[in-house]
Design a protein around this ligand. Structure first.
Ligand code: ISJ
Length: 279
């Protein structure tokens, strides 16, 4: 049996919702830090893991050459919620679910010449700000919901990027947007990585490509389904989804390489495979 481990945030719904696993493949789901650990321990063979863990473990892992969770500019679901200006951050709570976004936050703080204390703590942004943190890092679906709670409502004529970033003493800083301002590149949050010793069967890759083509082709339906589940307006979820870059294209690789150079300058060379049919 070949084992897959899926981080099942809404941002991968256009790839995973319609995926029909071929015979001989099964899948479990979990949050990024769980799936990162499961891949490295050999509990699963392939997973859409945190890009930073792929970079740090490039000697053991390879990534599919044409799959990513990347974005150019705002991502909406990787946010620092803060009650003081960015420059005045002193004590920041980090979600235990994330690896890449924590590393991205560290890079962005360092580039700003800041070194607040960073502590793992679970809870909503509101709860943690009330508990005395002046910044709270949140990712995934709950971060998207909390982002909308601060910046919404969205009217028919407003663009999502033009929404105000402050309300009730809380500012939201979108980390992918800040990365774009710093580098001009997309940011790659996740890649589909496998242990080099356990490459995926061709049928699984084929099924993933078919599922992605179908999901992106039916984005309105995917967005409707998830908007209901998340309790968010359909337009918000639709924009959230079509904003992602799912194909690890040349600009995404530039962003990934730049992040790798900043976060782990001595990392082993990144390996991509197996080759696409026809390569
Ligand atoms: C864009 C996101 O990216 C996720 C963030 C991850 C991390 O911070 O380690 C891991 C996988 C990604 O799918 C998100 O959670 O909203």
């Amino acid at each position: 049996m070949y084992r897959a481990g899926w981080i099942h945030y809404t941002n991968v719904a256009p790839i995973l919702d319609d995926l029909v696993l071929p015979a001989g493949v099964n899948a479990v789901t979990g949050v990024p830090t769980q799936m990162n650990a499961a891949l490295l321990s050999g509990e699963v063979d392939i997973a859409n893991i945190s890009a930073v863990e792929f970079i740090r473990n490039a000697d053991q892992l390879a990534a599919l050459p044409d799959f990513s969770v990347a974005v150019l500019g705002s991502v909406y679901s990787v946010n620092l919620f803060h009650s003081v200006p960015w420059e005045d951050l002193k004590r920041v709570a980090l979600t235990a679910q994330s690896a890449t976004s924590v590393a991205l936050l560290e890079v962005l703080l360092r580039e700003s010449g800041l070194s607040p204390s960073l502590e793992r703590a679970e809870g909503t942004a509101q709860e943690l700000l009330a508990a005395g943190y002046d910044g709270v890092l949140r990712i995934g679906d709950s971060a998207l919901r909390e982002w909308y709670g601060v910046v919404g409502p969205l009217t028919e004529t407003t663009s999502m990027t033009a929404l105000p970033h402050h309300k009730g003493g809380v500012t939201v800083t979108d980390l992918a947007q800040k990365w774009f301002e710093l580098t001009g590149h997309p940011f790659v949050f996740a890649v589909w990585a496998y242990r080099q010793s356990a490459p995926p069967p061709a049928e699984l890759l084929q099924a993933m490509r078919v599922a992605r083509r179908h999901g992106i082709g039916h984005l309105e339906e995917v967005a409707q389904r998830h908007a209901q589940r998340l309790g968010l307006p359909e337009r918000v979820v639709q924009h959230y989804l079509w904003n992602f870059r799912y194909h690890l294209e040349a600009p995404d690789r530039l962003g990934l390489n730049e992040f790798a150079a900043k976060v782990a300058p001595n990392h082993p060379p990144l390996v991509f495979g197996p080759a696409l049919p026809g390569d």
